[in-house]
Write a protein that binds this ligand. Structure first.
Ligand SMILES: NC(=O)c1ccc[n+]([C@@H]2O[C@H](COP(=O)([O-])OP(=O)(O)OC[C@H]3O[C@@H](n4cnc5c(N)ncnc54)[C@H](O)[C@@H]3O)[C@@H](O)[C@H]2O)c1
Length: 442
């Protein structure tokens, strides 16, 4: 198969605006981390764009440069942050409230920069996030006015900070479960639905549409439907704006997408997989509402079906019982505990068990993903790539893919796809791992 021509990537000159929808635990941890990293006061651990390398050429060439040394990414010094949130707390106050980072060690040194990020009034409607209500909101009586308000905010931010380019990333709460419907089928229907204040147009869709109209890439860190509807996907393709989603793959699902491919690679059966979580942050509180939990549950459940392919291996995975629970437990704050009990089956049907107890920190895992996503989405736009960026599946629990394609969930296939896309963008050969040439050339 021929590889499409390498794109021309415009250079990353000038300021890159990063607009986060939501100024909560993930976004304030992202902002503080970037401010610390660019002052050399903290390591951006977990970020492929900052710490990752990529092999170029043959194994015998010995070339594994840092990705950021060979791919023209925007630098951390070029980033300027802005945000929307229904709560008026600035990024310092939001970070202190979230309690993820140590105040004296990680917030005080960058307090001034964090205090300068004051949230713009949110396009928020408590009907979509039942457990929250804040005063810093736009009038929700007209969806059209909310959409126009977001676009005005983007314009003012762009002018104030003299941004050359902007990326928007949803780090807001998980909305209630919505399915694609008539209002999302094409742009005309979508436009009509906005004017009619149709309840199937969620606030997140207004942000995404505003971003696309402004030519701004949109990344979706939550499982909300948002930009994963035909009308917006089509708009993104037609206007060549990168989109990607959904739901940062940080903790339990990250583990699932490593362990499940291992079971399948070894042809080990899975009889059951019981996953439970306790967490006590605001996200946990929102997910305590059954309607928001349903959105998250769908996102977490899909993974195993796709990886294990029970239709191809009915005797191994046909009767698998898969359950996911999330329990709001305030004492733990952002420090989530994710337990997995996996009942596996080996030779001649003998049962075995595996238990994983992941004592993680939600936002510490999510912040580097958010950073990579904005930098790679900006790169995609400069490379002229519009529509769904499937190569960013690596970062998501339920990756957006073109209609008719099944999502690729295996973390290492996702990583190969990501790195090969980067190689393609910089005109280097794909690495297929065939490797037969090392033996034929003897
Ligand atoms: N490991 C992780 O942390 C992780 C992993 C996957 C997905 N996520 C998702 O990322 C999102 C952010 O997580 P978090 O821990 O920062 O949550 P959080 O509750 O601390 O922050 C979310 C913020 O979004 C704001 N918000 C809600 N609706 C909004 C709207 N319409 N406009 C603007 N702001 C709005 C809330 O007021 C809140 O401050 C959640 O949806 C979560 O499910 C997080």
């Amino acid at each position: 198969m021929t590889v499409p021509k390498t794109p021309t990537v415009a250079p990353a000159t000038g300021k890159l605006g990063v607009l986060t929808v939501g100024l909560g635990a993930v976004s304030s941890t992202l902002m503080a981390g970037v401010e610390l990293a660019r002052r050399g006061m903290g390591e951006p651990i977990g970020s492929l764009t900052q710490m990752g390398t990529m092999r170029i050429g043959k194994r015998t060439d010995g070339r594994s440069p840092l990705i950021r040394d060979v791919v023209p990414l925007a630098g951390l010094d070029d980033i300027v942050f802005g945000a929307w949130d229904p709560f008026p707390d600035d990024a310092y106050t939001a970070a202190a409230r979230a309690g993820v980072l140590d105040t004296s060690k990680h917030l005080e040194p960058v307090a001034e920069a964090l205090r300068a990020v004051r949230p713009m009034s949110a396009a928020f409607d408590a009907n979509y996030v039942k457990r929250l209500d804040g005063p810093n909101v736009k009038d929700k009586s007209s969806k059209r006015a909310m959409l126009d308000g977001i676009r005005e905010d983007i314009g003012s931010f762009r002018d104030e900070h003299k941004c050359e380019r902007i990326v928007m990333i949803w780090c807001g709460s998980t909305e209630i479960f919505l399915e694609p419907g008539a209002a999302h089928s094409d742009l005309e229907a979508f436009e009509r639905a906005i004017d009619a204040n149709d309840p199937t147009i969620a606030p997140s869709m207004l942000y995404a549409y505003a971003a696309l109209q402004e030519g701004i890439p949109f990344c979706n860190g939550a499982p909300n439907l948002t930009v994963d509807v035909p009308a917006l996907r089509q708009f993104a393709v037609e206007h060549s704006v990168p989109i990607s989603g959904k739901d940062f793959k940080t903790g339990q699902t990250l583990l699932k997408t490593v362990l499940a491919p291992m079971f399948k690679a070894r042809m080990l059966g899975v009889a059951g997989w019981y996953s439970t979580n306790i967490l006590g942050n605001r996200d946990g509180e929102v997910l305590d509402d059954p309607e928001s939990f349903k959105t998250k549950e769908e996102s977490k459940l899909g993974v195993l079906e796709y990886i294990l392919q029970p239709d191809l291996y009915p005797q191994l995975y046909g009767d698998m019982y898969h359950k996911v629970r999330i329990n709001y437990y305030p004492p733990r704050g952002d420090n989530k505990e994710g337990w997995d009990n996996i009942d596996i089956v080996g030779w001649l049907g003998y049962p075995m068990q595996m238990k994983v107890d992941f004592l993680c920190r939600d936002s510490i895992l999510a912040a580097p993903l958010a950073l990579d996503l904005v930098l790679f989405s900006d790169l995609a736009q400069r490379a002229g790539l519009g529509g769904i960026q499937e190569w960013l599946s690596f970062y998501y629990k339920s990756p957006q893919v073109a209609p008719g394609l099944y999502p690729e969930h295996d973390l290492f296939i996702q990583q190969t796809k990501l790195k090969n896309t980067l190689r393609w963008m910089i005109g280097e050969d794909q690495i297929t791992h065939l490797g037969i040439d090392y033996y034929l050339e003897e």
